[in-house]
Structure formats: structure tokens, C-alpha cells
Write a protein that binds this ligand. Structure first.
Ligand SMILES: [Zn+2]
Length: 353
């Protein structure tokens, strides 16, 4: 059937009837959006068949996920920290009328990006080999630690939150994030099962669908020792995992500042129009530059502390530049500076040998 076949039908429609059809379609779409909302995340349409599921404050997603309609099958990128939030994602995918989830991608081993794997039974789970091995090792330890320590951590977090002055909204938002993070983990411990990736990505792999194809790119060491991104060349969209944070402090201590910088430059070279960060709102190429500037700031501060003759363990506080004060995950700022100090000192001692 050719598209031209529809033209005579459209002309035959009475204008009043046509208007009612439009009203019906608008109402239907509004009803659909109402249905597909979730308290854990917000669905953002990025292009035809490409969606971001952005963590909502107080929700159980914690990281951002991606949904790609490949045609008859669906791909999910980074299925959240909580299997409950991943179940919500599964429900939303069904309500959007998309095909079954056949592909799940884990960008890196951190718990907030992988714990929804168990919900997508029958799907192939993709990661790098390093990530697979790290999930196997760290999840076992994390599970034990969480059961032992979380109740006390939550009690402390509850009292810290209760003690925040009512007018200190910025501090309140930071503490509320962590409070909800800890409670989400504790809640999910009851049903948590570690599902390891079963498809190993080396360098670059294409998943071809009838509607569109995606590329899985092994970026090497970046935010962790191994990071994987999903790139949709036709749409110029990248799901970055934690290689990019927007309006959030990044975390460099599981890899290095230089490796993260290298990956950001590599992503920029792909010339993307839309980037979905691991944390924060959907962004664009400029957000890569913002994070590069942040990393430069961390590096300069670390150098300045070393010049003053200070050791990382002696530093209790560092004033945060105004540009970053409203960013979430503010508690990462000082450890980032201290980690970079250690890196610089060890680099210097290596070159002196
Ligand atoms: Zn991470």
C-alpha cells in the first residue's frame, strides 16, 4: 500500500468530523501520558522510538534509563537500582505498546545501573567482560554490607534530615536524595537477585532492529575501569551511563579524572545532538564542556592544595565554587579533590623514579 492511497479518504472527510477526530486523538494521547507516568521516573520522548526514563526526586530509579524501540523488540539501557522501579519501567513499556524487552544493557558495574536486570527475564544482558566480573564480585559484598549497615545509616540520615533548618532548601534536597537512596536499597534487598550479563561486548557491537539500530561502544576506562555507551547514529543520541552527569557532581574515584576526560572528548567527537546522562536531566554537547570545566576545576584545586604542602587527609573542607553549589551529589566534591591530589602525587613520584 502506498502513502498516496490515503489522500482521497482525507478529502472525503467532513471538516466537522475531522475536528472531532483531532479532539479524540488529543484526549487519547493525554490519557496515554497520564497512564505511562510513574512516581519513580519521568518518560521523555527524544526521537521516534527513543525515550529516556529520568529519575524523579524521591523515586526508586536513582539513575536514568533508556528505552529504544527497535521494531518488534525493545532495548533497555541501565535498568535502575531497584527491581521495583524496573517493574514500573516494564509496565510503562507495555503500556506504550512497545515490543518485549529482548536486550538490556549495563553501562558499568555500579548498583544503581544494574539491579533491575532481574525483571527482564528472557532478555540478553549486555556489558563488557570487566563490568560483568565486577558485578559478580561487588554485588555479593554490597548485599552483605547493606543488610548489616543500612538500618543504622538510615537512622542517621533520618535525624540529619530532621535537623536541617526549614529555610535551608539546598541542604534539604541533598539529604533527601541520600535518604531516599538508602531506603530504596533496603526495600529492594528483600527481592534482590543478581542477574549477571550474558553477552559480552568488545570494542563495538551493533544491534539491528527492523525500525532502527543501536551501537554499543566499549569506551574503556572512564567513570569506572570499564564503561559502555549506547549510540544511535541515525538520531545522534547517546545514552552515556555515568560518563556524563548533568547538574550533579560526578564521581572520579573508581577510575581517574584523566580517563573520564578522555571519554568525554571521545563522546563529543561522535557529534551527538542529545545526551542522556547517568544522573540529571537530558542534555546536549554543551553539557560535556560543562563537565570538562568541572574536572579542570577539581584538578587545579588539587594542584593548589599540594602546592600549599597539604595532604588529602588534612583537608576537612574546601569552599565549592558558586557554579556547582546547586548541583546534586555535593558530597562528592571534596572526595573528588582529595582523590585527584593522591593521583597527582603518585604520578609525580612515578616520574621522579
Ligand atoms: Zn556510576
Amino acid at each position: 500500500m502506498k502513502a498516496g492511497n490515503y489522500s482521497s479518504d482525507v478529502q472525503a472527510v467532513n471538516p466537522r468530523h475531522y475536528f472531532s477526530v483531532i479532539i479524540f486523538l488529543i484526549t487519547f494521547q493525554v490519557a496515554c501520558f497520564a497512564q505511562i507516568s510513574s512516581k519513580d521516573f519521568e518518560i521523555k520522548k527524544l526521537a521516534h522510538g527513543v525515550y529516556a526514563a529520568i529519575h524523579k526526586p524521591g523515586g526508586r530509579a536513582i539513575c536514568n534509563a533508556g528505552i529504544v524501540d527497535l521494531g518488534n523488540e525493545t532495548l533497555v539501557f541501565d535498568p535502575f537500582i531497584s527491581p521495583y522501579a524496573a517493574q514500573e519501567l516494564k509496565r510503562v513499556i507495555i503500556e506504550m505498546g512497545l515490543g518485549p524487552v529482548k536486550y538490556v544493557v549495563n553501562s558499568h558495574y555500579h548498583d544503581d545501573h544494574i539491579r533491575g536486570n532481574q525483571v527482564f527475564k528472557g532478555a540478553s544482558v549486555y556489558s563488557t567482560l570487566v563490568t560483568r566480573d565486577l558485578i559478580e564480585k561487588t554485588e555479593r559484598e554490597e548485599f552483605k554490607n547493606n543488610n548489616q549497615n543500612l538500618p543504622a545509616v538510615i537512622a542517621k540520615s533520618d535525624s540529619a534530615l530532621a535537623a536541617v533548618p526549614a529555610n535551608d532548601t539546598s541542604q534539604k534536597i541533598q539529604l533527601e536524595f541520600w535518604n531516599s537512596y538508602y531506603k530504596t536499597i533496603l526495600e529492594s534487598q528483600k527481592i534482590l537477585q543478581t542477574v549477571l550479563p550474558d553477552k559480552i561486548v568488545t570494542l563495538r557491537e551493533t544491534i539491528k532492529g527492523s525500525k532502527q539500530s543501536v551501537e554499543l561502544i566499549d569506551m574503556g576506562m572512564g567513570h569506572t575501569v570499564s564503561d559502555l555507551i549506547v549510540y544511535i547514529p541515525k538520531r545522534k543520541i547517546i545514552f552515556t551511563g555515568d560518563l556524563l552527569f548533568i547538574n550533579n557532581h560526578t564521581w572520579i574515584a573508581d577510575a581517574s579524572l584523566d580517563s573520564l576526560k578522555k571519554c568525554l572528548i571521545k563522546m563529543k567527537a561522535l557529534n551527538p545532538s542529545i545526551l542522556v546522562p547517568g544522573h540529571g536531566p537530558v542534555g546536549n554537547r554543551n553539557d560535556i564542556d560543562v563537565l570538562l570545566t568541572y574536572l579542570e576545576n577539581i584538578n587545579q584545586l588539587a594542584e593548589a592544595q599540594i602546592k600549599k604542602g597539604l595532604k588529602p587527609e588534612e583537608i576537612k573542607e574546601i569552599p565549592m565554587p558558586a557554579a556547582y553549589q546547586h548541583w546534586l551529589l555535593g558530597r562528592f566534591y571534596l572526595p573528588n579533590v582529595k582523590f585527584q591530589m593522591k593521583q597527582l602525587v603518585s604520578q609525580k613520584s612515578k616520574t621522579e623514579k
